[in-house]
Design a protein around this ligand. Structure first.
Ligand code: KG4
Ligand code: ZN
Length: 355
């Protein structure tokens, strides 16, 4: 089954084609960074308009890359939420129209399920049950994955998402947008000995997170310096360390609590190298295996949507007539993915689409 995946939930237009047995055939991404940079963050209306401009040409190019024509498609998957409603509606309307015109099924994919399943693109041997750490611009969640599509929320941020904290701290440090990658770059120049920031909510039981206090801590620390580029690098370093440690401590706690031996981390913040290293240390220490998406599949992309959509279409799920798009959508509301017998994991995906 050839499935087209469309991602338009925020500031990246992503398109991919995934085949149940052949794996990922092509994927393309257009980032709106330059469009939003002058405003220091994503402007929702500009995002929607740019998705409209870019989506159709990107679909054409991706099909070309895959050596397919539009008639070869057997299903269309699009991000139905959570995300910016105007941006979501672009992918949802294009996806539905295309599916209707081609007389193939359409499926609305949960953006965070896309992230959660992205490590499977390169690790076809990965099977539930596993623990998943989902860390993006809007979410910080620890999820127990009992089965594909069966998700139990173990803990989440009670205030800012971790990506949001990276972005806000980067703004305070005048590093521009998007904040996460910029902060990681600057932290490389930081002096590890200078500051030590708190690891929020690690001194009490539970698996929830909080990052807004850490943000305030950064602001107060910055206020006591002259904000030279070295001061800012030292703060960026200490912030990144505090976040990586906090996430690692909570993952260790969740692994012990659940007895799970597989840890998956996904979402934009997972592109952070310090964090990837720290999670690797925790997994090794706990005798668990760690699965991470390759860097380009940490941040938003069409491949994860095509893949998650393919799994759901193969288990017989499809949208009825209505165009589905919702800004809020708890992961636990999803129905299970029931395609175990012909579990279409991409045994050859890694070879068919080299890094
Ligand atoms: O998953 P994603 O692309 O979009 C959402 O679903 O939100 O995640 C975007 C978030 C942003 O907050 C961005 O600053 C953060 O991921 N991010 C990073 C890095 N790359 C992206 N945070 C820390 N280090 C990075 N290298
Ligand atoms: Zn995302």
């Amino acid at each position: 089954m050839y499935v087209l995946g469309l991602e338009t939930s925020c500031d990246e237009t992503g398109v991919a084609v995934y085949h149940a047995r052949r794996g990922l055939l092509a994927h393309r991404l257009f980032s709106q960074i330059r469009l939003h940079a002058p405003y220091g963050g994503v402007v929702p209306e500009l995002a929607s308009r740019d998705h409209i401009r870019k989506l159709i040409p990107l679909i054409r190019q991706t099909l070309d890359d895959a050596g397919l024509t539009i008639r070869d498609l057997e299903g269309v998957a699009y991000t139905a939420g959570p995300g910016l409603i105007g941006a979501l509606l672009v992918g949802a309307s294009v996806g539905h129209s295309l599916a209707r015109a081609l007389n193939v099924p359409a499926i609305g994919v949960h953006h965070m399920e896309g992230h959660l399943l992205a490590p499977l693109l390169d690790n076809p041997e990965l099977r539930p049950p596993f623990l998943a750490l989902l860390i993006s611009g809007g979410h910080t969640q620890l999820i127990q994955v009992d089965d594909l599509g069966a998700y139990r929320l173990l803990g989440e941020s009670i205030d800012d998402a971790v990506g949001e904290a990276f972005d806000k701290v980067a703004k305070m440090l005048e590093l521009g947008y998007p904040g996460g990658p910029a902060l990681e770059r600057v932290a490389l120049e930081g002096n590890p000995e200078r500051f030590r920031f708190p690891r929020p909510m690690t001194d009490r039981p539970g698996l929830d997170f909080s990052f807004s206090g850490l943000k305030t801590f950064v602001m107060n620390t910055l206020g006591k310096t002259s904000a030279t580029s070295q001061d800012r690098a030292d703060i960026a370093y200490a912030f990144q360390e505090a976040v990586a440690d906090t996430l690692a401590i909570k993952c260790r706690r969740a692994l012990r609590q659940t007895g799970l031996k597989r840890l998956v981390a996904a979402g934009g913040v997972c592109a952070n190298r310090t964090l990837r290293r720290r999670l690797g240390e925790v997994a090794a220490h706990e005798g668990a295996q760690l699965f991470l998406p390759r860097l380009e599949f940490c941040t938003d992309n069409g491949a994860m949507i095509a893949f998650a959509g393919c799994l759901r279409l193969l288990s017989g799920q499809r949208e009825k007539g209505e165009i589905k798009a919702q800004a809020r959508w708890p992961l636990e509301e999803l129905p299970p993915i029931a395609c175990r017998a012909e579990f279409p994991l991409p045994e050859i995906a890694a070879e068919s689409y080299p890094r």
